[in-house]
Design a protein around this ligand. Structure first.
Ligand SMILES: [Zn+2]
Length: 232
């Protein structure tokens, strides 16, 4: 799919403009700590994917389809598994690097279910992980090789690191988030992408003063009303 087509097919949205429930799940602009305690700001701009058909029909690069990055599991928030769905715009960068990795590996690269974008509301999301930025992929198979052995994982980790200094991998080992022993985890770090369609003169709305859900707003009004009655 050409650039023009994909831009027509995918709408860029500022997640601050989404409804309260989506905003509370995607947490645009919120700060999250990584394992080392460093704080990172969650992405604000997303591609809106209107339907499953569009997800299947949209290619980000010659060999990577949009759908591969949003294969969710039941640990993802239910609302985020319904269309329209949202993925951080930086996924385009990830697809570009994966395409280079595929060429270096000389074989097709298969992203695991739930191995692409995971929202900050995913049940496994605790510390900041680049999966929440749309800039990480868990790869479970390359060509016909299932990545379960130290030998295979270390081989492809090395190939990935040789593609670019931007690519970070997890060393082989058993500790979740620090190692990987049944996939290659490849990530680009905490990249947030500001699409050219966006004008940056709009300030972020202060989240603290905004009710997260409509019912909170109602309850606030009720409390205020009760307070006025008590005063009177
Ligand atoms: Zn991963």
């Amino acid at each position: 799919m050409s650039r023009e087509e994909s831009e027509q097919g995918l709408k860029v949205v500022d997640a601050f403009d989404l409804d309260d429930e989506l905003r509370s799940l995607l947490k645009p602009g919120e700060m999250l700590r990584d394992e080392q305690g460093r704080r990172h700001r969650l992405p604000r701009y997303f591609y809106e994917i209107a339907s499953h058909e569009i997800a299947l029909a949209t290619s980000l690069t010659a060999h990577f389809g949009l759908n591969e990055f949003i294969l969710g599991d039941l640990k993802e928030a239910a609302r985020l598994q319904q269309y329209p769905r949202y993925i951080p715009c930086a996924v385009r960068m990830l697809a570009f690097y994966l395409e280079q990795f595929r060429a270096a590996a000389g074989a097709s690269v298969h992203i695991a279910v739930n191995g692409g974008y995971r929202s900050p509301s995913h049940k496994l999301s605790q510390n900041a992980s680049s999966h929440m930025w749309g800039t990480a992929a868990d790869i479970y198979r390359i060509g016909s090789t299932i990545l379960r052995t130290k030998e295979a994982i270390e081989k492809y980790n090395e190939i990935a690191e040789d593609v670019s200094d931007e690519i970070h991998v997890l060393p082989y080992g058993p500790i979740t988030d620090k190692n990987a022993d049944d996939h290659v985890h490849l990530d680009l770090g905490y990249i947030t992408l500001i699409p050219r369609e966006i004008s940056e003169d709009r300030m972020e709305q202060p989240q603290e003063s905004r009710p997260r859900f409509a019912f909170e707003e109602r309850r606030r009004k009720e409390r205020r009303a009760a307070a006025v009655e008590n005063e009177g």
